[in-house]
Design a protein around this ligand. Sequence first.
Ligand code: SF4
Ligand code: SF4
Length: 431
Amino acid sequence: MGDHKYQKWVQKENVVIEGVDISGEWNRMWEPREITSYDLTYMDKVTALPGGESMDWCYQCAQCIPVCPINQVGSYGPRKIARKLQTGMNLFENADLWLCTTCMNCLRVCPKEVDMMKIMPAVREQAILDGNVPAELQEMLQNVAEYGNPMGESVRKRVKWLRNFDGQVRVLTEEENPDPVDVLWYVSDYYSYHPRGNDAARSMVRVFNKLGVDFGILGKEERCDGDSQRLVGEVGLFEQLAEQNDENFQKYSHNRLVVSDPHAYNAFKNFYPKVTGHDYNVEHYTQFLAEQVDAIKDLFTAEFPRKVTFHDPCYLGRHNGEYTAPRTLINAIRGAEFIEMYRIKEQGYCCGGGGGGMWLDSLVADHTTERLSENRVKEAIEVGADVLIVCCPYEVSRFEDAVKSTNNDGKLEVWDIIEIIDLCMGNGAAA
Ligand code: SF4
Ligand code: SF4
């Protein structure tokens, strides 16, 4: 050993290399590294909640970590949360509680079925009851409770997008004894109130009319679908919204409910029936239109000669298994070159807006290196697309903001599929 080459090396007490502290005994790596001192106070509180049970099923295999979108811009994922809970973290008062977008990618790969879609709403519900809710989220919840939409806009303004618009729309709630419609179209908050959503809403009307769809809307009586509010733990508010919307769904006779928003689709299909006892014949608008793709193609008079890519919304894709309908419509667009991104379909990357993320921008910014929408926009540009196509009302404004904040102005446009269909039917640029 005397002339061993390592003998000339000197052990220092305090050593930091590239920001990593490696001070201490060099042989520490051979010492047992498992945690021997547990504090399960808050783990027990989480698993005692209805919905929180699966948190301690985690056996630290770490398969969830590389697929978690938050972990790709920070440090997150069920394995890490489980470990922190085993060592005493109070999740009820920790930012980790609000970072999860409930995108479902971890559950897809978890061998133990640790279910963040149940754990997060359960713990958040308790945190809200305890008064521990981020201020920006609290404001959104108050707006929804008071006005029926997260923007805090008046009920009257829900139909403002119809002013100075010559598209034919039946507002069923303004008719006396209205005849039944084939399609009751649930417009959604962002289509109703956000300027870029208004563009898509008007496109939807023009496309429906060109296709001869017999449709109507609820106008001022429509309310927020409540799915994001359910996922941030406001179960009571969700139930109230479900009952209000259901009352109108029952009152206005229709064959099918067509929705603009994947979050509404998820709520009506999977969660309203548990509250109202009614089942809904619900379709996302891409599903409804994909059934009529031949008729749509026959109505096209213009091409869209652009390189396009598509972002799968978590709540249409992973949560409800629909990957084909949007692609059927995109592939029908004449002149477009469709390039897929790397993270698609089951492995699609989250935009960051789900599970309350839409209203937690400051909190997320404090705990990540970039917004998820920024990470996604860079991927769209990297694959060579000049148009990012979306079909969720949250996403047009989210991604347009991300294009600006990543200094990619002019390199990528964001369009809702319905706007492109509308354009190709000869109705002029919507954006
Ligand atoms: S995949 Fe499931 S079991 Fe494995 S570390 Fe993640 S949460 Fe734990
Ligand atoms: S649901 Fe999505 S954001 Fe939440 S922990 Fe799982 S992978 Fe991460």
